[in-house]
Design a binder for this molecule. Structure first.
Ligand code: FES
Ligand code: FES
Length: 575
């Protein structure tokens, strides 16, 4: 047995580095004065603290969002002396005596800026998480020119990611505001409600709140006396948990609770679509990022520091990293009590053998797709508290609150009536927030402490610990007549489900249903399988398995058309 304890700390120290460093720097504070949204302010802070953290935590201006903390997404943009800075990478020390403008200083709900109206009017806002940053950048552009070309707008907004809108409407919003400033229109009017709206363009009811930064996402909620949670995660693909020593962490001043699977009173299983994923791992970890211990403390920094002091002894196990490894005879099992092949779904009609024998041409190809991260801009976040009526209340971003309520109640051993789940405005999800992420740990901590708790994933955690799109490995065989008439299809799909089932079953079912595309195959044999591996778990994502099979079926039809020297569109129309 090789028992190791330090590797886990090292891995997550890289992830949580800034928090731990700031914990150590608390003795080096400075007074910094600046003007924020035309109001003189001063803060006493670690001068290396990011401007973003100061704006959100010290000044309580939550309109500026934290998407990546690494200068890559643009959600944290603010103006410093009129120039855009990405505040997540900007030490507050650099703002001494400067003028800062956040989204709250651009306009308000009662008195919105024309750009905010234009974003709402043009339909440039969906989840709204990118919107404050986009508006800040657009303001800086229009301050320099009122006649930007489309190319100039695109170039200006290049540092900003929007995962929802497709950008076109955002460019149109900037053009609309520019034309207002050039006095080509008298006003930008919103149609928020009213009669006879069917078939008409109306403004999203929440658009202006999002444009002014007043929408409160889970991480923006102000909760008095809140404890902050950080999670220790597996540094191993596959390992047994031999021992967890939390004594040193518990002794740190400010640490309120150190929670392991032993503290969970219910099933500890987040039974959404799957039945295999624990809130906290008890005896085994199955992918890098699996949660093992949660620490609740009076600050995020103390909670992060406490993670460093937890000793977890693991016995590393042989990891199952590929489908071949997972399906070979005598394969190591990801879950000891069940086979790695956890779901199969055939769809069969006609007589495939006969169809191929009557075909003039038979083509056989293999296709594969990769793991894809949803990339929603709002990291998984939430709060939980015990209501005065005794109910556990969980407020978090999500996509399926009724199922989340049942899942959290069962996992924590509570009656359904004892749990209330409130969905907060959700900063993008695309299927990735169908699973319960922060809710289980939040509920566990709130029950233990009987005080409000807060858990906000870092971007690294969101990447590591939430579901992904399934990679599909597809063997496709089609038979056709010389004139392009399709005769038979044999389509075999194997999906890498990762460490836990999540929504794999539904993804495979949708995938096999759509494997034939919109085409008429008189004979078809489609077979889907989902398999466990020691990789990040795979779940729902835009299209539920359909994009993967569409890629394969459309590719092979192009190849068939090429072989038959037919127009690819004509071949499709024929079938
Ligand atoms: S660029 Fe600052 S949070 Fe992403
Ligand atoms: S509206 Fe842009 S990320 Fe959602």
């Amino acid at each position: 047995m090789k028992a190791i304890s330090s590797q886990g700390r090292l891995f997550w120290s890289m992830v949580e580095g800034p928090c731990i460093k700031s914990f150590r720097r608390l003795s080096k504070m400075q007074e910094i004065r600046f003007i924020v949204n035309e109001v003189p302010r001063r803060v006493i802070v670690d001068p290396q603290k990011s401007l973003l953290k100061v704006i959100r935590e010290d000044l309580k201006l939550t309109g500026t969002k934290e998407g990546c903390s690494a200068g890559h997404c643009g959600t944290c943009a603010v103006l410093v002396d009129g120039e855009v800075v990405l505040s997540c990478r900007y030490p507050v020390a650099k703002t001494k005596d400067k003028e800062i403008t956040t989204i709250e200083g651009i306009g308000t709900l009662k008195n919105p800026h024309p750009l905010q109206l234009a974003f709402a009017k043009a339909g440039a806002i969906q989840c709204g998480f990118c919107t404050p940053g986009m508006i800040i950048r657009s303001k800086s552009l229009l301050d320099k020119t009122l006649s930007p070309t489309k190319e100039e707008i695109k170039k200006a907004l290049q540092p900003h990611i929007c995962r929802c809108t497709g950008y076109q409407k955002i460019f149109e919003a900037v053009e609309l505001a520019a034309s207002y400033f050039r006095r080509e229109m008298k006003s930008i009017k919103l149609k928020l409600e009213g009669k006879n709206t069917i078939g008409k363009t109306v403004t999203r009811i929440d658009a202006l709140e999002k444009a002014t930064g007043t929408t409160l996402y889970a991480a923006d909620l102000a909760v008095g006396g809140c404890a902050h949670i950080k999670v220790l995660r597996s540094p191993h693909h596959h390992a047994k948990i031999i021992h967890i020593d939390t004594k040193e962490a518990e002794a740190i001043p400010g640490v309120l609770a150190v929670l392991t699977a032993k503290d969970v009173k219910g099933t500890n299983i987040l039974k959404m679509a799957g039945d295999d994923q624990p809130i906290l791992c008890s005896n085994k970890v199955r992918f890098i990022g699996d949660p093992v211990v949660a620490v609740a403390a009076t600050s995020e920094e103390i909670a992060s520091h406490a993670l460093e002091k937890i000793e977890v002894a693991y016995e590393p196990l042989e990891p199952v990293m590929t489908l071949e490894d997972a399906l070979k005879e005598g394969a190591v099992r990801v879950h000891d009590d069940r086979s790695n092949l956890f779901f199969e779904q055939p769809i069969i009609h006609g007589d495939v053998g006969k169809g191929f024998s009557e075909a003039d041409i038979v083509l056989e190809k293999s296709y594969s797709t990769q793991t894809v991260e949803h990339g929603y801009l709002e990291n998984d976040s939430g709060i939980a508290y015990i209501h005065e009526n005794g109910q556990l209340v969980v407020m978090a971003a999500g996509q399926n609150i009724h199922a989340h309520r049942k899942t959290i109640a069962e996992a924590l051993g509570l009656g359904l009536e004892k749990v209330r789940v409130i969905q907060t405005p959700t900063g993008g999800a695309f299927g990735g927030k169908l699973d319960v992420s922060v809710g289980g740990i939040l509920g566990l901590a709130a029950l233990k402490l009987k005080r409000p708790v807060r858990l906000v994933y870092t971007r690294s955690e969101t990447f590591a610990a939430t579901p992904k799109r399934h990679p599909f490995f597809m063997k496709v065989k089609v038979g056709a007549k010389k004139d392009g008439t399709l005769m038979a299809l044999d389509f075999d799909v194997t999906a890498d489900g990762g460490a836990y089932k999540s929504f794999s079953n539904s993804v495979i079912q949708r995938g096999v249903i759509h494997a034939q595309g919109p085409y008429r195959f008189p004979n078809a044999h489609v077979y889907g399988k989902a398999v466990y591996t020691n990789t990040a778990f795979k779940g729902a994502m835009r299209g539920f398995g359909v994009p993967q099979v569409a890629f394969a079926i459309e590719s092979i039809l192009d190849e068939l058309a090429s072989e038959l020297k037919l127009d690819p569109l004509a071949l499709r129309m024929k079938n």
